[in-house]
Every structure is written in structure tokens, then in C-alpha cells.
Design a binder for this molecule. Structure first.
Ligand SMILES: Cc1ncc(COP(=O)(O)O)c(C=O)c1O
Length: 430
């Protein structure tokens, strides 16, 4: 039984709330807008509240008289921490403007919500991966200029021109197509040149540069207002990155000098934290805004934004010789108190941490995961860890278990952990 006052499922009425929030909004609407409120200590609902104990303030719909399951896992997103990290990025940018990278659902933190917050911070651009993300941001009412970080398809360009989103160009053909579309709509489209100084993913190659500006200058309906490039290894290879920064500066000189481009941008989080700005006047941080520094020496400057949480669903004592989870790769060697927790790889918690000594945080203690991560549940050793009850809150990662630690155990990168958190996980904005 879930104890009253401790779990999202603190009562039948309580169970409606989180499900309502999730159903209405894929788990991404502030709970207040979903017609729900929290009781306790957090600011999810705009009233004194806690994600731990949520109940409905009105009942309607087909499930009005039945309990509906609350989310087993949720992510608390600390918007004040996000704001502090933006300030760190701004300080490191030393007077440069900032393009906030919100692609991939703002690294799993919620595309619309984070874009709205960043719009309120007057950032120069929001950087998105593609037209689909740009649409979602505009549909959310955000008017901040949008920059398309990835290549566009021909069929998307009419909308880009119509809605004045800023594409980055990699070929003269693409530029000519945008020019035709802009001419047909009687406007000048602002575009940036992408230059491939080492990423190998997009942009003009260095060999393209000699005649580039003369070709582009004929396209009178394009305003080439920016030039960008991307650093593939600013967190891994200092020597290469320094050469790349010099190369970028040389490219700009060759194309007419810094004065030719209103916006000059190269630096992602690692570039921004670890290197001089040089000729750049716009930075493009992503990860650091979400609280993780790709260069660990700067980690202490940043605040944790996302705390991924779940709850104990069951506590039992398994006898000696009892296997735990698929493949029975863990078998108890003593009577073991095992808590089952309602999160798994179906929520984006990586199965690859299985058998690697990953831990979760319960009641102030680290508790090791036993056996493999399953789709919806993990099992944790809570032997000797004091009283544990169904419904008790568990930190999967956050201030006590760093997401970096989870990524390392999973042999992947933090970017992938954040963006892999699935829609089933309710995002709560604090
Ligand atoms: C073109 C571009 N710029 C900036 C960023 C932000 O990078 P980071 O999250 O490392 O700050 C990314 C992210 O992958 C990117 O693709």
C-alpha cells in the first residue's frame, strides 16, 4: 500500500492528477495548467506543494471515480538552476550574445517549456535541430529568432522563408533555392554559412571557399548575416580544437573579415568554457545550461537542473540463492532485502548500467542496483538500509547521483542520457 502523504498515489484522488497531467500534455505541462495541485514543499503547481503528494482539485471525465496510476517516474526540472547556468554561460561569453541550444526537446528537459523560459531571458536565438522543433516552439507562442542547426530538405524551405527562420547553408544549390523562394515571396531571407572546419557533418568545405562569396553575392534575396562552424572535440582534443579555432578565424578573413558577418559562432559548451572567444560574437551552449560541464574542471560552476525520480513499488526479502532480474546474472548470497523501483529502460534509464555497480539514492543512502535493468522496473539492494516502504521516493540521478556517473556506468555520454528520457516520464517544473 502506498502511504498517505508520501507518494503521488497518496490516495485515489491523488492518482488522477499526475495521470491527467501526463495524458493532457505528454507529461510536460506544468501541473497547475493541467488542473492539479501539489501539497508539500515544491513549486510545481505554483502553490506550496510537493511532487510527492499530488491530488486533484476537481474531478471530471471518465475516470472521475477510479484511481488512475500516477507516474512511476518523473523528472523535476529546476528552472532557477537553468537560469543560473545561463548566467554562467553569459559570463563565460564575455559580452557575446548567446544562442541557447534547445534541440532534442531541450536535451530532454521540455522543448516548449525551456524555450519559453529562455525567451524571457532575451537570448539572441534558440537553436533547433529541424523544422519540426521550430514549429513546436512557434506553436507555443515563443517569438525568439530560431536558428536551424541541421541541414534542411527542399520541401521544408518554403515554410522556413515564410516564417523567417534562419537556416545554415552548406551548398550553393541550397542557397540558390532559398534565394528563389525568398524572391517569390518578395523578401530577403537572413541566412548563415556553415563552414566545415573539422566536424564532417555539414557546411561548406574549405575547398569550396575560394569562389563562394562571389557565387553567393549574386543571390540578392539572401542576406548572409552569419557564419558558423562546429567543434567536434573541444572536450577531448585541445590541440585539434586550437587549430580549428585558428582555421575558423582564417576562413572568416578569407571571406571578407569579421565585419562581413553580423554573427560569428563556433563555441559549444566545451568551447565556451575552455577556449578564448577570438573572433566569435555569438556562443552556442547546450549541455552546460542543463547543468553538466563537458570539461569536468568547470562542473562546480553549474547547478543541477534535472533530478530524475521514481518510487519504491514493492519491498521483499529474497532468500539465499534467489536470482534477480532477466538472465539471473545476480543471485543472492544472503537473505537480501530488495526494493523494486518503478523505472526502467522504457523511461530512458539505460539498460547498459546493468551489472556495472550503478546505484540509486534512497533516504540519504546509495543503494546498488541488482541484476539487469528491465523495461519498467529495477531492483535495488536495501539490506540494512533502514525502513523502506512502498511509495518512498528514489533519486535515480540528480544532486546525489550525478547524471555523469550514470552515463559513465552506461558507457555513453550525458547528452544521450538526457535526450533518452522518454515521454512516459512526467516533467515537473520547479
Ligand atoms: C551545431 C551545434 N552547436 C552547439 C551545440 C551544443 O553543444 P553542447 O551541448 O556540447 O554545448 C550542438 C550540440 O550538439 C550542436 O550540434
Amino acid at each position: 500500500m502506498i502511504r498517505k502523504g508520501t507518494a503521488p498515489g497518496g490516495g485515489a484522488a491523488a492518482l488522477n492528477v499526475a495521470a491527467r497531467s501526463q495524458a493532457v500534455n505528454h507529461g510536460r505541462m506544468p501541473l497547475k495548467q493541467a488542473g492539479v495541485r501539489c501539497l508539500g514543499k515544491c513549486r510545481v503547481s505554483g502553490v506550496s506543494g510537493s511532487c510527492q503528494f499530488v491530488r486533484t482539485i476537481y474531478s471530471s471525465g471518465v475516470n472521475a471515480s477510479f484511481p488512475v496510476s500516477p507516474p512511476r517516474a518523473w523528472a523535476e526540472i529546476d528552472l532557477a538552476a537553468l537560469g543560473r547556468n545561463l548566467q554562467v554561460a553569459r559570463d563565460a561569453s564575455g559580452g557575446c550574445d548567446v544562442m541557447v541550444v534547445v534541440k532534442a526537446g531541450a536535451y530532454g528537459h521540455g522543448l516548449e517549456e525551456i524555450s519559453k523560459v529562455m525567451a524571457g531571458e532575451n537570448v539572441a536565438y534558440l537553436g533547433v535541430a529541424n523544422v519540426g522543433e521550430a514549429r513546436r516552439i512557434r506553436n507555443a507562442g515563443v517569438t525568439t529568432p530560431l536558428y536551424l542547426l541541421g541541414a534542411t530538405w527542399a520541401g521544408e524551405r518554403e515554410e522556413i522563408v515564410a516564417r523567417d527562420w534562419t537556416p545554415c547553408l552548406s551548398t550553393v544549390e541550397e542557397a540558390a533555392h532559398f534565394n528563389d523562394l525568398a524572391k517569390a515571396s518578395g523578401k530577403r531571407l537572413k541566412v548563415h554559412l556553415a563552414v566545415d572546419t573539422g566536424m564532417g557533418r555539414g557546411g561548406f568545405l574549405l575547398a569550396d571557399l575560394p569562389n563562394l562569396m562571389s557565387s553567393l553575392d549574386k543571390l540578392e534575396c539572401l542576406e548572409i548575416e552569419g557564419i558558423g562552424s562546429h567543434l567536434p572535440s573541444a572536450d577531448e582534443d585541445d590541440e585539434f580544437t586550437r587549430k580549428q579555432i585558428i582555421c575558423y578565424q582564417e576562413v572568416i578573413e578569407a571571406l571578407g573579415g569579421p565585419g562581413r558577418f553580423k554573427w560569428r559562432h563556433l563555441l559549444n559548451s566545451a568551447g565556451l568554457l575552455g577556449y578564448e572567444r577570438g573572433v566569435c560574437n555569438l556562443t552556442r551552449p547546450g549541455l552546460m545550461l542543463y547543468g553538466v560541464s563537458p570539461l569536468s574542471i568547470y562542473q562546480e560552476k553549474l547547478s543541477t537542473v534535472m533530478t530524475l525520480k521514481s518510487r519504491i513499488t514493492l519491498v521483499r526479502t529474497l532468500p539465499v540463492g534467489h536470482g534477480v532480474s532477466y538472465g539471473r546474472q545476480f543471485v543472492t548470497t544472503q537473505n537480501t532485502r530488495v526494493a523494486t523501483i518503478g523505472i526502467g529502460y522504457g523511461d530512458g534509464y539505460p539498460r547498459h548500467v546493468s551489472g556495472k555497480g550503478a546505484e540509486v539514492f534512497i533516504h540519504g543512502r546509495r543503494c546498488p542496483i541488482l541484476g539487469r535493468v528491465t523495461m519498467d522496473q529495477i531492483m535495488v539492494d536495501v539490506t540494512g538500509a533502514g525502513e523502506m516502504n512502498e511509495g518512498d521516493e528514489v533519486e535515480i540521478f540528480g544532486p546525489n547521483i550525478s547524471v555523469v556517473e550514470v552515463a559513465e556506468k552506461a558507457e555513453t555520454i550525458v547528452w544521450e542520457i538526457f535526450t533518452g528520457i522518454t515521454p512516459r516520464v512526467t516533467r515537473c517544473y520547479l
